[in-house]
Design a protein. Structure first.
Length: 145
């Protein structure tokens, strides 16, 4: 039997304002967290056309940072987190390339030194960043897609 949802407009309006306030608070907390980073020009990570969220950083670190042992068959960064975020920031200047059969675009940035290992466990000096077409960063990893 399908559950019936009771719509209470007053309660719904209170809830939408509560969620709006929480969302605003979280966005401010997220911005404040990024401003603590010891890297230059942090605003490049928070632009509407190229935006890095805490959720994306958590995904990148969980899946692609060598200190976290999950996902052993993925490329792993071996440089400090601040370096990873600096490379992501620098990649904003790279032209986005649409991915075939996808809603995502990619940017790649080649750097002067090894930043980790790609998914084939080969040393990588390139970082690939995937964003949606609106510029929200989805993931970043060492190597080329």
């Amino acid at each position: 039997m399908e559950q019936q949802h009771i719509y209470n407009e007053d309660q719904w309006i209170k809830t939408i304002f509560l969620l709006s306030d929480i969302h605003g608070w979280l966005q401010e907390a997220e911005k404040s967290l990024f401003y603590q980073l010891p890297i230059g020009c942090k605003k490049k990570l928070l632009r509407n056309s190229y935006y890095l969220s805490c959720q994306a950083v958590a995904h990148i670190l969980e899946r692609h940072y060598y200190k976290i042992s999950r996902y052993p068959n993925c490329g792993k960064f071996t440089v400090p987190v601040t370096d990873i975020l600096t490379y992501i920031k620098e990649a904003a200047c790279q032209p986005p390339t649409p991915l075939l059969n996808s809603v995502y675009v990619k940017r790649t940035l080649e750097v002067a030194s090894i930043i980790g290992f790609d998914k084939l466990n080969k040393p990588a000096n390139t970082i690939t960043i995937l964003t949606n077409t609106g510029g929200k960063i989805i993931t970043a990893f060492p190597g080329i897609l």
